[in-house]
Design a protein around this ligand. Structure first.
Ligand SMILES: [Zn+2]
Length: 60
């Protein structure tokens, strides 16, 4: 995975929040953090607001 801001390398890292530990992506270069919720929201928007749960992973 590459960073949206600087195109640097991102690592999957464990973070802790009040709800418990979770994993998200952190950029090694600029420190940008992208969590799964943000990624899913981005996908949602890029699909024009129409969320297809069945075809989520299919890229043809
Ligand atoms: Zn970055």
């Amino acid at each position: 995975m590459k960073c949206d801001r600087c195109n640097g390398m991102m690592i999957h890292e464990q973070f802790f929040c009040p709800n418990g530990p979770f994993f998200s992506w952190r950029c090694l270069i600029c420190g940008e953090v992208v969590d799964q919720t943000i990624i899913e929201n981005r996908d949602y928007q890029s699909h024009g607001g129409e969320w297809d749960r069945r075809g989520k992973k299919s890229k043809t």
